[in-house]
Design a binder for this molecule. Sequence first.
Ligand code: HEM
Length: 414
Amino acid sequence: MSYLAEFDAAAPDDRWPLAKGWMEREPSAFFRELRRDRPILVTPACTLVARHADVVECMSNAEVFTVELYRSKMGTYMLAQDDTPDHSRDKAIMRTMLSRDDLPRIRALIGEVTAEILAGARGRIEAVSRVTRRVPIELVIRYFGFSTADPKKLARWSYWSQYDSFYNHDFDRQRRSAPIHRRSRKAAAEMAAYIGEEIAAKIAGIQKGEVRDDVVTRMLLTRYPPAIGFTPERLGLNVGGLLIGAVETTSQSVTGALAELLRRPRALAEAKQAALRGDLETFDRHVFEALRLRPLSPYLFRKSARDYTVAKGTARQTTIPAGTTVLALIASAMRDEDEFPLPEEFNIHRPLERTFHLGWGLHECLGKHIGMVMIPEIVRHFVLLDELRERAPIDCKGGPFPERWELEWSAGEA
Ligand code: HEM
């Protein structure tokens, strides 16, 4: 029986759990059927949008498809605001602080840290705790300037905040919804206290003339006229966002891309050749193509602010009522034959600008350029290892994030 036949035959209350299960266990086949037979699937809990053009339409229309669902999680942080003056100002300031001129330095830092960890591992590693979470945390400490923080606490704060913000909504049907939210609140309070101390220490250092260049110090050295409203509270909020944005997202992307390369020996060998001859552009394209096939999440979610007809004038046009949770299926859109011919083929010459690796539209990732060097650079150091292989598949332990991934390689030749 087709997915849609089973979906239609199910009782209304069972439909979303069914679709959610397929999305998690067999996304590729389920999404293929959706794109072909019902590109906009209405379920009692949420509406799924499967075609590239429709995902772009929703993600480009922030006025209708809003980030309201983030508000109870992130307060007034930029990702929880639609096209507001706060969003524009905070994103502009933070983009300036995260200067793109830093990218070579960031790539070098990520490369050094990753290489050092792998060199010390002697042919076997649990990649999540030792690398895919640990390396972005090192970026948070050394480049963002969380200089005095305990890496374990940073990992915990980021984890619970990401969990609650992105994977703890009604449509997630979390059995542990309230405890996850409580852990996230507790983590946020601890993080806020730490950020207050770090800022005070940095200000004291600046007054003594000890100025090191990191992002938080840049933020503190800058004078913001009161008229623009970038208050100390907003500054602190944006410092917190630097940590939250960077860790699990990197870990999900690096594990996903590397796993996809490992199951494609030819692509892996070609990527390794590119890495060995120092052709970073070609190497990175392998990673982005792997991410097209396995993005950090199958979807981005929004809530509709008013009735709106998606794909108007086409056979699939559907009116989405106000108040609907919409899942823009980026994993499906990146296999849409209209944009990516022969989508199951690994082809590094795909149009990168049509992918959703770091979001799309108004809320496109603030750390996009960092992500685009950090993710491939971590993957590169794994790919350079000799005879790299999995000891066991990525284990998410029933949660949304990779928790454990045992890898091994022939040591001594890395
Ligand atoms: C490196 C891996 C990263 C990945 C894969 C990633 C992914 C994403 C995605 C998919 C979104 C869109 C969310 C949505 O539209 O609902 C996003 C937004 C965002 N990301 Fe990232 N991110 C990464 C790194 C970072 C870093 C390093 C930072 C901090 C410097 C950051 C800060 C943000 C912020 C603030 C937003 C919201 C922007 C806005 O509201 O306009 N991210 N990210």
